[in-house]
Design a protein around this ligand. Sequence first.
Ligand code: ISE
Length: 346
Amino acid sequence: MGKSEQIAVGVIGTGGMGGMHAENLHTRVANARLAAVSDVDAERAGKIAEQYGSAAVFTDGAELIRDENVEAVVVASPDATHAPLVLECLKAEKPVLCEKPLADSAEAALEVVEAEAKLGRKLVQVGFMRRYDPQHVAVKEAVESGAVGAPVVFKGWHRNADLDPGIDSEWVVINATIHDIDSARWFIEEEIEEVYVRGMNTAPKFGEDVWDVQLIQFSTTGGRMGSIETNVVAGYGYEVGVEVVGESGVVRSAPPAGAVVRRDYAASQRIENGWLDRFHTAYVIEIQRWISSLQNGGPTGPDAWDGYASLVVADACIASLRSRSPQKVARLDVPALYGEGVEVAR
Ligand code: ISE
């Protein structure tokens, strides 16, 4: 793809995430245009197409991928459709930015990794947008500067204000905690080796055996430790943060920039209501960098291996929450295409 041309992007799925990506492509991203959208709900797709340019409308994602006018694809449809659509992109040899999780199981993600490794070049990027979030990047840079020595403990917290009923404990791991698993791998730069998940039900609306609050303790291949708290009904707002305890200090993410209001003998700061709000900047940077990378040889962000490795850890978490015991994470052989697996610099 030449450097000055506008890359024609097709977006599959026009719900909250797909709509946001379509809007960013149309209004905020240089050197790209929204060429096509697809959704099983043709009316919804039509509205997004009309709102953000004059994109072609499809109801079948695979057809959009095969369309000769589409050069690159964003997959933002339901989780179970991710892997099959990414495999179609590999077949058509088109770059794809796939929302997390890469698949709805590690087994399905492995098929993607194997297909890409067979092709011999990277075409897949996974939407772990926190790696582009200024607050997360600042922590990463501080850790990498060596300011606090080597990382010893990782702590992550991930709280949704509320979610609708219809989820189960496994979904919390695969759809929500998957982000924190990726963060842990990215910050510690080691693979997670063992996990132990504890949980509680605090909201009967999900069903009494559903753990809406989960606490994961883990250790890594180099003997480092960590914890991840995921709470899908925190009530007070949407909050994600990380802390890396190093050998000689601690780095903690700052709250996103916002004014501190002092009144009535109290100081307060707004808290975001959801991920589209909290990670607005990260999503714009993510897709802009993705487009630029396509003009310069290929994607450089979190890859199919990161998508797969995070799901292997998620599998161990699910085994742990079911067995209520610590579980080892399967050891993996990294195909040569993915270097050492856990990427050091992006
Ligand atoms: C949602 O699907 C996301 O991807 C958000 O980033 C995450 O914070 C939320 O918990 C998930 O449900």
